[in-house]
Design a protein around this ligand. Structure first.
Ligand SMILES: *Cc1c(COP(=O)(O)O)cnc(C)c1O
Length: 394
C-alpha cells in the first residue's frame, strides 16, 4: 500500500485484507473467536509472537481493515475502532488519566464530551478546567502542574468556533501533556490534527464516515507508542469494540466519503452566501467565508470550509421554528454529516440542558439554527430555504 496515494484512492483500497476467495468487496467476519492449529500456536499468539487475532473484543479482520484505512487517511501509526464516537472519546481521555490528574478543555464541546470532562472525570478524582478555547492565553492560564490532557474540538458544535490546534499542541508539549482532538466537524479530509501537533485524534464515525445515517461508530488514532502504553490494555478490558458489521458499513462509507463531503461543502458554501444576504437572517457563521471571525486560523489549519453552517434568525425562536416547520426537503434532526440535509435548533434540543448563561457564552441564542448540508442538488436546497424563510415574519 502506497503512502503517496491521495485520499480518494486510500479510501477505496487502503487496508483491504482478502480471504482465499479473492472477493472484491470487503468481507464481514462475524466471529467472536479464532481457532489455533496447535497448542503451541495458541501459546505463541498469547505471547504476542505473531499478530493474529485472539478475540473479537481485542480486534478482528473487518475492524482491522477499517482501522488501517483510517490510519492511512489520517497519517496515524495505529487505531482502535469503537462502538460509537463517545466510546472513542471517553476511552481516549480516561485511558491515560488517574486520580489527581487534571484536564484543560475548551468549553465549546459536543454535549456528551462536556459531560465526560466536566461531570464524569471529577467523580474519579480527575480535575477539569473549561476555557474559552478561542484565546490561547486562556489555555495557558488554566495549566496546572498536574495537567495531563488537553481536549478540544474545532470547528465547534454548533457555532463553528475555531481553536488554534498548533498553538494548543505547543502548550501541551511544553508541559508534557497530551492533546486529544475531536475532529468530527472538520472531517479527516479538511483538517489533520496529528500534523498540527496533536497526540490523539478521535472521530464519531456516525457522522461523515458512515454519512448515510445507518450506524454508530468511532475511532481513536495515534502513535503506536501512545496506543501501546495507554489504550491497548484499557481497550481490551473495558470492551468498547465496534461490531464487525458496522466496521463493514463504515468501510463502504469511507469509499464514498470524499464525493459526499465535496458535494456537501459545495452546497454549504452556496447556502451560506445565500443566507448572508437574506433579510430575515442576523448573521451567518461559516468557516468557508472570509467574514468568519477567525478566518486567519482557518487558513492555517483547514483545507476546506465545512459541511455545516450556523446562522441566527432576527425573529428568535419563533422565526426559527416557523422556518424549520416550513421546510420540505431539509429535515429536522440533531444528527449531522448525513446524505440528507438536517436542521436543528440547539437552544431547545442539543444544548437545552445548559443554563441560559452557558448558552450565551457559546453564542447560542434563541434564533440560532445549525444546518448540516446533505448531498442533494444545491439549487433545490436554496429553493427550499427561500420558500421557508418567506414564511418567517421579519
Ligand atoms: C456526534 C458527535 C460525538 C459523539 O459521537 P456518537 O457516535 O454519537 O457517540 C462526539 N463529538 C462530536 C463533535 C460529535 O458530533
Amino acid at each position: 500500500m502506497s503512502k503517496n496515494w491521495q485520499p480518494a484512492t486510500q479510501l477505496v483500497h487502503g487496508g483491504t485484507l482478502r480471504s482465499q476467495f479473492g472477493e472484491v468487496s470487503e468481507s464481514i467476519f462475524l466471529t467472536q473467536g479464532f481457532v489455533y492449529e496447535t497448542s503451541a500456536a495458541a501459546e505463541a499468539r498469547f505471547k504476542g509472537e505473531d499478530d493474529g487475532f485472539i478475540y473479537a473484543r481485542y480486534g478482528s479482520p473487518t475492524n482491522d481493515m477499517f482501522e488501517k484505512r483510517m490510519c492511512m487517511l489520517e497519517g496515524a501509526e495505529d487505531a482502535r475502532a469503537t462502538a460509537s464516537g463517545m466510546a472513542a472519546i471517553s476511552a481516549a481521555i480516561l485511558c491515560q488519566l488517574k486520580a489527581g490528574d487534571h484536564i484543560v478543555a475548551a468549553r465549546a464541546l459536543f454535549g456528551s464530551c462536556r459531560y465526560i470532562v466536566e461531570t464524569l472525570a471529577p467523580k474519579y478524582g480527575i480535575g477539569c478546567t473549561l476555557v474559552d478555547g478561542r484565546d490561547l492565553a486562556n489555555w495557558e492560564a488554566a495549566i496546572r502542574p498536574n495537567t495531563k490532557v488537553m481536549f478540544l474540538e474545532s470547528p465547534t458544535n454548533p457555532t463553528l468556533e475555531i481553536v488554534d490546534i498548533a498553538g494548543v499542541a505547543k502548550l501541551a508539549k511544553q508541559i508534557g501533556a497530551k492533546l486529544v482532538v475531536d475532529n468530527v466537524f472538520a472531517t479527516p479530509l479538511f483538517q489533520k490534527p496529528l500534523e498540527l501537533g496533536a497526540d490523539v485524534v478521535c472521530y464519531s464515525a456516525t457522522k461523515h464516515i458512515d454519512g448515510q445515517g445507518r450506524s454508530l461508530g468511532g475511532v481513536i488514532l495515534s502513535s503506536k507508542e501512545w496506543i501501546d502504553e495507554n489504550l491497548h490494555d484499557y481497550f481490551r478490558h473495558t470492551g468498547p469494540a465496534m461490531s464487525p458489521f458496522n466496521a463493514w458499513l463504515l468501510l463502504k462509507g469511507l469509499e464514498t466519503m470524499p464525493l459526499r463531503v465535496r458535494q456537501q461543502t459545495e452546497n454549504a458554501s452556496r447556502v451560506a452566501d445565500f443566507l448572508a444576504e437574506h433579510k430575515a437572517v442576523a448573521r451567518v457563521i461559516y468557516p468557508g467565508r472570509a467574514d468568519h471571525p477567525q478566518a486567519d486560523i482557518i487558513a492555517k489549519q483547514m483545507t476546506g470550509g465545512s459541511t455545516l453552517i450556523c446562522f441566527e434568525l432576527k425573529g428568535g425562536k419563533e422565526a426559527a421554528f416557523a422556518m424549520q416547520d416550513a421546510l420540505d426537503i431539509i429535515t429536522i434532526s440533531n444528527n449531522l454529516g448525513d446524505a440528507k440535509s438536517l436542521i436543528t435548533h440547539p437552544a431547545t434540543t442539543t444544548h437545552k440542558n445548559l443554563t441560559d448563561e452557558a448558552r450565551a457564552e457559546l453564542g447560542i441564542s434563541p434564533g440560532t439554527v445549525r444546518l448540516s448540508l446533505g448531498i442533494e442538488d444545491g439549487g433545490d436546497l436554496l429553493g427550499d430555504l427561500e420558500q421557508a424563510l418567506s414564511k418567517v415574519k421579519a
